[in-house]
Design a protein around this ligand. Structure first.
Ligand code: ADP
Ligand code: MG
Length: 256
């Protein structure tokens, strides 16, 4: 597969592992995953609790380092980046949203959304204009000076999407972004993520344990079990039709 060009590889993992030594026990949180995600794909990472979804996402985010194997994002082998380059990577290449929103309570929404731009050394005026635009894009232009606590869960998640969006990352990483929301609000968040994917061309890698959400929004579903990739299904948008019949992830599942 091309590493550059329109169908380029956005994310490539090569036999990536993240093992934790817990006293006597070795926890194989991520255990030898090799996968390519093309630029522009919307990929759902599925699997039971503890299957390694967040661990894998954190490796791609550069928040954690593999114990072996490699993670390559847009031609950057993350292991070869200096601390400074890794900070730049996190600032410019990836945007991240979490189940728990992770907004700073004592800051207004505008300040929260501007924050990544402060680190990017963007001039104050421009920063503020971009943060406003970003908040407008997620439908929060009426909430600029509110604190996170003064907003609903859905509004907080929209603000965290605005913050993830502000540096126009190529890759959006979302860890159970609808996990704390009711289904209607969750759908609004999913529609926004879809719009980032479709109109801004962002590659999306989203952890969820909700099969139905994955089927509705993702173009591809990766199933993890015990740190391994056990199923890789493309979703052509037609219900029930995929490259292979869905099977329960597990030792009998297809290994990719
Ligand atoms: P998921 O997101 O699919 O629920 P995680 O990636 O959070 O799964 O965890 C995968 C496995 O790794 C679990 O068994 C979990 O207990 C273990 N794990 C995750 N983080 C750590 C850590 N910091 N130290 C030790 N074990 C961990
Ligand atoms: Mg998790």
């Amino acid at each position: 597969m091309d590493i550059s060009g329109p169908n380029s590889v956005a994310v490539r993992t090569e036999n990536v592992c993240r093992h934790y030594q817990m006293g006597e026990a070795l926890v194989r949180a991520v255990d030898g995953i090799s996968v390519d995600v093309r630029a522009g794909e919307f990929v759902a990472l599925l699997g039971a609790s503890g299957s390694g979804k967040s661990s894998l996402l954190n490796l791609v985010a550069g928040l954690d380092r593999p114990t072996s194997g490699a993670v390559i994002v847009h031609e950057n082998n993350l292991a070869e980046l200096s601390r400074e380059q890794l900070a730049k990577y996190r600032l410019h290449t990836v945007g991240m949203v979490f189940q728990s929103f992770n907004l700073i309570p004592r800051m207004s929404l505008l300040e929260n959304v501007e924050l990544p731009m402060r680190f990017a050394e963007v001039d104050r005026r421009e920063r503020s204009a971009l943060a406003r635009q970003s908040l407008e894009r997620v439908g929060l232009s009426g909430r600029l000076s509110h604190r996170p606590m003064e907003l609903s869960g859905g509004e907080q998640q929209r603000a965290s999407l605005a913050r993830a969006l502000i540096n126009r990352p190529k890759l959006l990483l979302a860890d159970e972004p609808t996990g704390n929301l009711d289904s209607r609000t969750g759908t609004e968040i999913m529609e926004l993520i879809r719009s980032f994917n479709q109109s801004l061309g962002m590659t999306v890698l989203m952890v969820t344990h909700e099969q139905a959400l994955a089927e509705k929004y993702a173009s591809r579903m990766l199933h993890l079990a015990d740190g391994k990739l056990v199923n890789d299904l493309s979703n052509d948008g037609v219900r029930g039709i995929s490259s292979e019949p869905m099977q329960a992830p597990g030792p009998g599942g297809k290994t990719q």
